[in-house]
Design a protein. Structure first.
Length: 180
């Protein structure tokens, strides 16, 4: 299941990169530096939380379901581990930029339905904030810091002198969403 999650994450990044190239002037010069590790993880969180009104308000938190509150916002732990240990198929995510390992044309191993769910989540995220792709990673962090689930979990982490704390899917779903 984790390998499917990582593949879905990489497909999501591919779709977010398409959005970026369509919306940011001179995107060819800045594309790879825009999708740093930090930015990619923040965009994943925001994309995972959008609710689809045409599909019973479902989100992608059933797939991306292992979030932890950390200093720079929510982090999907399984995805983060895959990034750190370079356990990805198509991209390497560095601190300052993304590099391509393999041409992300086909995304073999994903069904048409799985791709459609990611496509729809990206479209919904775009509807929530069409300017999201032009934001710097620090601005994405600021948005994720507004979520009650993150605030509560970080409060607990700080209380116990820890650097992180588990965020439940229920706490994320019950938080007021912020995309700006």
């Amino acid at each position: 299941m984790k390998s499917k999650k990582i593949l879905l994450f990489e497909y999501a990044i591919h779709k977010l990169m398409e959005w970026y190239s369509q919306s940011v002037p001179d995107s060819e010069k800045t594309m790879y530096s825009h999708f740093s590790r930090l930015a990619s993880l923040k965009l994943l969180f925001l994309m995972s939380t959008v609710k689809d009104p045409l599909d019973g308000n479902k989100d992608l938190l059933g797939v991306f379901d292992n979030y932890c509150a950390m200093q720079y916002g929510p982090v999907e732990v399984d995805v983060y581990s895959a990034i750190v240990y370079k356990d990805t198929q198509y991209f390497n995510f560095g601190n300052y930029e993304l590099t391509i390992k393999k041409d992300p044309d086909s995304f073999n191993g994903l069904s048409a339905d799985e791709k459609a769910r990611i496509d729809r989540a990206v479209e919904l995220l775009k509807q929530n904030n069409p300017k999201l792709m032009s934001l710097r990673p620090s601005q994405l962090v600021d948005i994720t810091h507004k979520w009650d689930a993150w605030l509560s979990a970080m409060g607990i982490a700080e209380w116990y002198g820890k650097g992180s704390e588990k965020m439940t899917v229920d706490s994320i779903r019950s938080s007021r969403p912020f995309y700006e």
